[in-house]
Design a protein around this ligand. Structure first.
Ligand SMILES: CSC[C@@H](O)[C@@H](O)C(=O)COP(=O)(O)O
Length: 323
């Protein structure tokens, strides 16, 4: 298997960004080309590309496209910033790209650097986190914090990959992750692609498996981590963390430092609310009675007291041990 499944490519000859179209997986592997920054805005909003680090890398290339096409950089920066509100990597990468411009450097070079560095960070997270995994562990994960959500390897799934590469026999349980089904569609695709044993479950099955002692560890990604270690991640993460606490299952979060937001307070964070058709329809068929709407919060917040450890590219932080 190609250990380097990647969702983002820059084509230097044609000056375009090529994204794996994640809306089509696992049934079709298609690519989506971005020649303008507005193409990138669309790709992020419509979730052609998704996952906190991957959104950040794509946005940096979006700003580079604005520069290459002679667009107003300030406007492009603002429009790219408004594509999705919760994952902080978007703002982190755009600010880095903008600072490069202010310092007279090329935005494209900065975007390439952010892209390459993200691969290395993910590898490091995998290698550090892998030390926590025991031979025979069954690990539950939520959403997709894999190669598809980053530049390669992933965060939570990088740990799973490196445990597998080191010869540990592990099994993965993937929450389907309603409503967009990133767990069923993307995590299962990625792990199956590498022949890492994975089983899908409905989100509401996790508690039962924990009660039966069938889960040894939970590892999820993050969209934003505050300085007091509150973790924003895909909706359903908080419920999992509560279940894990009740059943004494270690609950880990894996994320690079580009996902940390040391400035904002809990009350400042905007949790994305997406169109309720993502909930009221399944595969184009309405499943909720006409006239009934739905809540569709894309993320929730897990407090530090529910988190065993946060695995970064530098170290494992134990929020409840004072580090
Ligand atoms: C390494 S990605 C971590 C998170 O971004 C991931 O868990 C997640 O919540 C993705 O949400 P999505 O709405 O698919 O962008």
């Amino acid at each position: 298997m190609d250990r380097d499944l990647r969702p983002i490519f820059w084509n230097d000859e044609e000056k375009k960004l090529i994204l794996v179209d994640q809306r089509k997986l696992p049934n079709k592997l298609e690519y989506f080309e971005c020649k303008t920054y507005t193409d990138v805005c669309y790709a992020i909003k419509d979730m052609v590309v998704r996952g906190a680090p991957a959104i950040g890398v794509s946005a940096a290339y979006g700003l580079a496209l604005a520069e290459l096409n002679g667009n107003n950089i300030e406007n492009a920066y603002m429009e790219l910033k408004e594509t999705r509100p919760t994952a902080v990597n978007l703002f982190w990468a755009l600010d880095k790209a903008m600072n490069a411009k202010i310092n007279g450097k090329s935005i494209l070079d900065e975007a390439k650097l952010i892209h390459d560095e993200d691969v290395e960070l993910c590898k490091k997270i995998g290698k550090i986190g892998e030390t926590l995994i025991k031979d025979g562990d069954t690990i539950l994960t939520h959403c997709n914090a894999g190669a598809l959500a980053t530049s390669a390897y992933g965060t939570a799934l990088s740990i799973i990959r490196f445990a597998h590469y080191s010869g540990k026999k592990i099994n993965v349980i993937s929450d389907e992750t309603r409503p967009r089904l990133q767990g069923a569609k993307l995590t299962c695709f990625e792990l199956n692609y590498e022949k890492i044993p994975v089983k899908a479950i409905c989100d509401n099955t996790a508690g039962y498996l924990m009660s039966k002692g069938m889960i040894d560890k939970i590892i999820v990604g993050a969209d934003r981590i505050l300085s007091d270690y509150h973790v924003f991640n895909k909706i359903g993460t908080y419920s999992l963390a509560i279940l894990a606490k009740y059943h004494n299952v270690p609950f880990y979060v894996a994320a690079p430092y580009s996902t940390f937001d040391f400035k904002s307070k809990l009350v400042d964070i905007v949790v994305e609310e997406r169109d309720d058709v993502e909930v009221t329809y399944i595969d184009g068929v309405r499943v909720v009675s006409e006239g009934v709407s739905a809540y569709n919060f894309a993320f929730d917040c897990t407090p530090p007291e529910l988190i065993t450890g946060i695995i970064t590219e530098k170290e494992i932080i134990y929020p409840n041990l004072g580090k």
